[in-house]
Design a protein around this ligand. Structure first.
Ligand SMILES: [Zn+2]
Length: 296
């Protein structure tokens, strides 16, 4: 009897000393996972569906995704139709009413902030495939701070006992964003500009006033023709800049453009490493900043 009571006490003490995992959260990408880590920390058991170098535009729904979503209390997506080719299918397959779009268990980052390229049909010529607006908000650290606060509010709706922890996490992340953005502004002032493969890092360039000098793909998913590359070359000849593309975008056209302009071409991931927290996300943005600042 006494043993049983002692055992019960020890178990209670163990519960009190380890932070309680209150929620099962599924993030679509490492940047969304990093936000969950920053805001919820140990209160969330986190699963991230896509790897760092997977193209979120073309990912396919998999049984492992459905399995992860089946027990989830919340799904955190980038949104604005970026994951439209696979996330709705995975959610449907999971048959979990808690995370259906429109419920508290479904959160889209892009729905929390103003979007670039919204309703700009004319921008299709510049490589826009995103009719509801450009979804790549995770490339802007300032929007990510706003999204972190909205995520804290959403988490508090589902788990009110954790509300103050979520608010502290979002505040700390936003304060760190402020600090780094100050420094990055200085680092990027006067940067000559960037050619991107797709309109993905446009939020980062826009945030810091870095000129977007061109987009390599004119139709997303279709490799650019030689004629398109020579048009870009003649537009940019004699100027300085840098070409940046993601690992899942073909290096062929970027290399040929770089060769004819005498520019550097750099491959950079769109997402932080898997398992990144708020700091890991900001280090990833720091890599982009260092690369762009180093172009002059
Ligand atoms: Zn895109």
């Amino acid at each position: 009897m006494i043993h049983r009571i002692l055992f019960g006490l020890v178990a209670l003490l163990a519960l009190a000393s380890t932070p309680a995992v209150a929620l099962d959260v599924v993030a679509t990408s490492p940047s969304m996972g990093a936000l969950v880590e920053a805001v919820a920390g140990s209160r969330a058991k986190l699963t991230v569906l896509a790897g760092q170098n997977q193209d979120l535009h073309t990912l396919q729904a998999k049984p492992t995704m459905m399995h992860a979503l089946r027990g989830a209390d919340l799904v955190v997506a980038i949104g604005a139709e970026l994951e439209v080719g696979w996330l709705p299918v995975a959610i449907q397959g999971a048959a979990n009413p808690k995370i259906l779009p429109g419920t508290n268990g479904y959160f889209e980052a892009a729905a929390q902030v103003p979007l670039l390229d919204a309703g700009a049909a004319a921008d299709r010529a510049m490589g826009d495939v995103h009719p509801v607006g450009n979804p790549h908000v995770n490339t802007d650290p300032v929007r990510m701070a706003t999204i972190a606060r909205a995520l804290a509010d959403r988490l508090a709706l589902i788990d009110s006992a954790g509300a103050s922890q979520y608010r502290r996490g979002a505040d700390a992340f936003a304060a760190e964003v402020d600090r780094r953005v100050q420094r990055w502004r200085g680092q990027l002032s006067g940067a000559p500009g960037v050619v991107l493969y797709h309109r993905d890092a446009v939020y980062l360039l826009d945030r810091f006033g870095v000129p977007l000098l061109g987009i390599i793909e004119s139709i997303p998913g279709v490799p650019p023709t030689g004629r398109q590359i020579s048009t870009l070359t003649s537009e940019l000849k004699g100027r300085s800049g840098i070409i940046i593309h993601a690992p899942y975008q073909s290096p062929k056209a970027p290399k040929s453009l770089a060769g004819s302009l005498g520019w550097r071409v750099v491959q950079l991931p769109m997402e932080p490493p898997e398992g990144a927290d708020g700091d890991g996300y900001l280090s990833h943005i720091g890599r982009w900043v260092d690369t762009i600042a180093g172009a002059r």
